[in-house]
Design a protein around this ligand. Structure first.
Ligand SMILES: NC(=O)c1ccc[n+]([C@@H]2O[C@H](COP(=O)([O-])OP(=O)(O)OC[C@H]3O[C@@H](n4cnc5c(N)ncnc54)[C@H](O)[C@@H]3O)[C@@H](O)[C@H]2O)c1
Length: 321
């Protein structure tokens, strides 16, 4: 008998392709999971449930049918799932931290190259009639840049691989990583990294210690004209302080995919700051990563039900059901 997996209907777009892909292994049912009542009805005879950003708080988990052994979280962040409730009710939780590392890294590199090569300024100039004074300021060649990676795990390492051969030097500050990719110099402190880097790119997690890590004082300690890239989490940066540093010109530009409040509020000081490229938390997206995220999460959900193993992602809570 094939296990029934309930998949939040809004989580993925390729319903038919996914059903066909897993036809031999499981019955996928795309369902509304927006209320505990809907979850109770959908999961009555199910063995697992897969969600993306849809929150699963305690009442939702308590509403699971008795056969539900595992929650597959299609994505990285776990703040949307009540892990304590899952644990106390014996439900396992798996997530997929690696599905988009290459995409996130390349988004950050695209932002740094675009800012360094003045593409937003150049694009506006051409569209405005290709006349008048074009101010490019000091343009350091890309192959003379030092790029500083704050955090060198999956995404930071992927970025280092892409930057190798493109820029002069890659330096990383990571207090936890024991080894760094070859060709990457280690900075012993964040201060050391900030003082050396023409571009600073953030690839560390948001925790209580890292919230606001890029504050006014650290921005002031960066090289004049340096670029700041954030494809990690918005609250790592003091956004009003960054807007001030961009306006003063001390920070030469910023590429931001993530913000303290998303969607970015209309009165955010970042919207009026010069030399910024802003994107709406899309760094992880590509055709490949979207399919990978869906198929990896469903595969791990089935693998846990059938053989108590996880092949692609992490087991975050080991269930007892
Ligand atoms: N924009 C997006 O769509 C998107 C998608 C996926 C992940 N992310 C973000 O990217 C972050 C990094 O992801 P990852 O897969 O590389 O995670 P990872 O856990 O593989 O790497 C994070 C690294 O940061 C290091 N670190 C921890 N505290 C640090 C500190 N105070 N200073 C410097 N380094 C520190 C860790 O030692 C680790 O090596 C995630 O936490 C997430 O917030 C964003």
């Amino acid at each position: 008998v094939k296990p029934v997996i309930v998949v939040a209907e809004s989580a993925f777009s390729d319903h038919e392709a996914l059903q066909a892909h897993f036809a031999d292994l499981a019955e996928l049912r795309f369902c509304d999971v927006s209320t505990p009542e809907a979850v109770a009805g959908a999961t009555a005879d199910a063995s697992g449930i897969v969600v993306a950003l849809h929150p699963l708080r305690r009442p939702y988990i308590e509403a699971f049918g008795p056969g539900v052994k595992v929650i597959g979280r299609a994505g990285v962040g776990l703040d949307s799932i009540d892990l304590e409730a899952a644990e106390s009710l014996g439900v396992a939780v798996v997530n997929e931290p690696a599905y988009g590392a290459s995409e996130v890294a390349s988004h950050g590199v695209a932002m740094m190259l675009s800012l360094q090569r003045n593409l937003p300024v150049a694009d506006r100039y051409v569209r405005a009639g290709w006349s008048g004074k074009l101010t490019l300021g000091q343009v350091k060649p890309v192959d003379e840049l030092t790029v500083g990676l704050v955090g060198c795990g999956r995404i930071g390492s992927a970025a280092a691989g892409m930057l190798h051969g493109l820029v002069e030097r890659v330096v990383a500050y990571d207090p936890v990583a024991v080894t760094l990719p070859s060709g990457v110099d280690r900075a012993d402190s964040l201060e050391e990294l900030l003082a050396q880097s023409d571009v600073v790119s953030l690839h560390l997690p948001l925790t209580e210690e890292t919230r606001g890590v890029i504050n006014a004082e650290r921005l002031a300690s960066m090289r004049p004209g340096a670029l700041l890239i954030n494809v990690s989490r918005g609250p790592l940066i003091d956004e009003p302080a960054l807007a001030d540093a961009l306006r003063s010109g001390h920070i030469g530009g910023a590429g931001l995919d993530v913000f303290t409040t998303e969607p970015l509020p209309a009165d955010s000081p970042l919207l009026g700051a010069p030399n910024t490229i802003l994107s709406p938390h899309i760094a992880a997206y590509s055709e490949r990563s979207a399919w990978r995220l869906a198929s990896w999460t469903i595969e791990d959900t089935i693998a846990w039900i059938v053989s108590r193993e996880v092949r692609n992602g992490n087991l975050v809570v080991a269930g007892s059901r």
